[in-house]
Design a protein around this ligand. Structure first.
Ligand code: GLP
Length: 247
């Protein structure tokens, strides 16, 4: 694993956005795996800036998101569909038909999962962007998820609901379930880029990098991937030995 520690969140976001932009410059029709949460917001902003100022074009890019809450349709402000439109999709020249977020609505959620699997199988990702939960989850693959999992419906842990409640209004309930890309598909991306900042991610990052590869820490599976870059701030990296950090 390549580990880069940035001075602050802005610097971290620049580094992550540059890695994504390089993939798109090398391959204008790149397929991107995208993530939500607060961690990638700065990187998306830098990508929007690169589109506006440096003519980075997304016109041939295709995107596949990791996950979505069950029961929130694309127009719901807390949905990940809405998040992606407001932070990236509507701000660059991405074609709407080239963007994909798994659907958490409808009568047959199993069918939604299988349809998403088919799309993922036919469109291997050139790069997969990830955040990480404080319990080591990636996407919404909570601890205990098998490493060979594909798209599935998950019951969110109390810890994840509590962590994510900060993004919801006080009178809004965090949904109990989500649909998520599985670990097998995350691992099938050619390149993986994980962003984490803040002290509440330090244990998860330590377990991801130095811990045993175990389903108890889903992100530890990344030790088995041959091209992973972690971009961290000093707090998220605080439990790592300095000798393993890139200068
Ligand atoms: C959610 C998302 C994850 C994300 C995590 C961390 O649970 N499903 O993909 O990595 O939040 O979010 P944050 O970056 O806000 O800490």
């Amino acid at each position: 694993m390549k580990i880069i520690v940035a001075d602050n969140y802005i610097h971290l976001s620049e580094i992550a956005a540059n890695i994504m932009a390089d993939v798109i410059r090398d391959k204008p029709d790149a397929v991107l795996g995208l993530a939500t949460g607060s961690s990638p917001i700065g990187a998306y902003k830098k990508l929007v800036d690169a589109y506006s100022n440096a003519h980075l074009s997304f016109s041939k890019v295709r995107t596949y998101n990791l996950d979505e809450y069950i029961g929130l349709d694309a127009s719901h402000v807390q949905s990940y569909h809405y998040f992606m439109r407001s932070k990236l999709f509507d701000l660059v020249d991405l074609k709407a038909e080239n963007t994909h977020v798994p659907s958490g609505v409808g009568d047959d959620l199993t069918k939604n999962c299988r349809e998403y699997d088919e799309m993922l199988s036919s469109c291997p990702r050139d790069i997969q962007l990830l955040g990480i939960g404080s319990n080591g989850h990636i996407g919404f693959n909570e601890p205990g998820t098998p490493f060979d999992s594909r798209t599935h419906i998950v019951s969110l842990t109390e810890k994840t609901k509590k962590d994510n409640s900060r993004l919801f209004a006080a009178d809004e309930k965090v949904p109990d379930r989500a649909i998520t890309m599985g670990i097998k598909d995350i691992m099938s991306a050619k390149k993986i880029l994980l962003i984490a900042y803040g002290a509440n991610k330090a244990d998860a990052i330590y377990n991801t990098v130095c811990g045993k590869v175990t389903e108890n820490c889903p992100a530890s599976v990344l030790q088995k991937h041959k091209d992973v870059t972690l971009v961290l701030d000093t707090e998220a990296a605080s439990k790592l030995d300095k000798s393993i950090i890139e200068k």
